[in-house]
Write a protein that binds this ligand. Structure first.
Ligand code: AMP
Length: 420
């Protein structure tokens, strides 16, 4: 049997209402904040991600789905959206049309990670990018939008963690201090951290190795070495969050994986899911647009994992969606009427009713069972003496009330169903 590829998942019809509900909340909040939707291709030239995410990141160094097409171009399935959004902004010169562009997206992403609960190889993210302004209020806005969406879904056990990585110059100075500290403990570091020491030293803070964690507990913290400009920026972000009533914690060890962050970084974690507890993360990336050969303009954004959010909703039992409402099941009293039933269903669906019928020439009893199974509000019986006399019999399933509807009186039929 051919199965879905490891780390990918079918989203079956029964799960779709949850996804649609999530998408509805996401779009409505983004709409309130005037973020505009953008859709970019599923694949891009590999060099976009190599440059836009950073060669030393886990994503680029070991997780991308990269392939060569028939014209020998190296392509990659998108592992995240920021680089694609920035590419589109530059390619269409959107920054010339307005000085601040606020985008949002909902899209599948692809990363060859080790699959586990809350971690897939094809997963879905929604997210936002606000590109064109360095105003700390926008850093706060991005965090507020993410938090608002999660709260609007009804999620409770959330923690917002924020940090500042400062400007690249102050970060470089700090990295020297960190190197000096770590060189003393180098032999005790895990192999992964030894590698990171060379490639992406800040990421050693993300290590799950116990020995590494112990060592990092006494490491100097970037937050303590921030330049004044970054400190001031961070203060303004915090003030805006306090004013908006968003609870947050400062997490000086929050470095996040991507190379291009400057100043603010943040994550929202949930205690309702397992080890993979980050529902979303993001931050400011002032160097990225220029890095991708655009103008030197700043940006800030976030991405949220939809599978993880739905898992948190499920665990907090907050997706008590309304039952799918079903208007009408049409029954053929005998086989002679199946074509009439089929035509009738098409006509009634054009009146914006949700209608189903039997496709197996089943007995009347079996058709009624099906109508009950679908929780149809009404059943319409076609055939028998009523039909001979020019009527359909309409039955309200909840209380058994019956209506004789003249065959040509569409208005009556539709209005009874719609008004109940
Ligand atoms: P990132 O783009 O790595 O900052 O991730 C942002 C969010 O996307 C995370 O907080 C997760 O909720 C989600 N996410 C990232 N990677 C995966 C994955 N492999 N499977 C499922 N969700 C993911």
């Amino acid at each position: 049997m051919i199965k879905a590829v490891t780390g990918t998942k079918d989203i079956l019809p029964e799960e779709i209402p949850n996804w649609k509900f999530l998408e509805k909340v996401v779009t409505s909040v983004f709409d309130n904040y005037n973020y505009k939707e953008i859709r970019t291709p599923i694949f891009e030239e590999t060099k976009l991600f190599a440059r836009g995410i950073g060669e030393s990141t886990d994503i680029v160094s070991k997780e991308m789905y990269t392939f060569t097409d028939r014209s020998n171009t190296s392509l990659t399935l998108k592992p995240e959206m920021t680089a694609s959004v920035v590419r589109a902004l530059i390619e269409h010169a959107l920054y010339k049309k307005q000085s601040l562009n606020k985008f949002y997206y909902i899209s599948p992403m692809f990363r060859q990670e080790r699959p586990q609960a809350g971690r897939l190889r094809q997963f879905h993210q929604f997210g936002a990018e606000a590109i064109g302004s360095n105003n700390p209020l926008l850093d706060a806005e991005i965090i507020i939008v993410a938090y608002t969406i999660l709260k609007k879904l009804g999620l409770k056990n959330l923690t917002v963690k924020i940090n500042s990585l400062g400007l690249p110059e102050s970060r470089e100075n700090y990295k020297k201090l960190l190197r000096e500290y770590l060189i003393k403990h180098f032999d005790k570091l895990s192999n992964e951290s030894k590698k990171r020491f060379q490639t992406n030293i800040l990421r050693i803070f993300d290590s799950k190795d116990e020995q590494d964690i112990m060592i990092m507990q006494n490491a100097p913290l970037l937050l303590e070495y921030l330049d004044n400009e970054s400190l001031e920026h961070f203060e303004k972000v915090k003030k805006a969050l306090v004013n908006a009533g968003i609870p947050f914690e400062i997490e000086p060890k929050l470095v996040r994986g991507l190379d291009y962050y400057t100043n603010t970084t943040f994550e929202i974690i949930s205690s309702s899911v397992g080890a993979q507890n980050a529902l979303c993360g993001g931050g400011r990336y002032n160097g990225l647009v220029k890095e991708l050969e655009g103008p030197d303009i700043p940006g800030v954004g976030f991405a949220a994992g939809m599978e993880r959010i739905l898992l948190a909703c499920e665990n907090e039992k907050i997706l008590s969606l309304e039952e799918d409402k079903f208007d009408l099941y049409i029954l053929a009293i005998d086989k002679d009427f199946v074509d009439i039933v089929f035509d009738l269903a098409i006509k009634l669906r054009n009146f914006d009713l949700k209608v189903e019928l039997d496709y197996f020439n089943r007995s009347l009893k079996a058709q009624l069972r099906e109508a009950n199974k679908l929780k149809a509000k009404f059943a319409l019986f076609v055939g028998g003496d009523e039909f001979k006399n020019g009527f359909y019999l309409l039955k309200k399933m909840s209380d058994g009330t019956q209506f004789n509807i003249p065959i040509s009186d569409w208005n009556k039929l539709v209005s009874i169903i719609k008004e109940s």
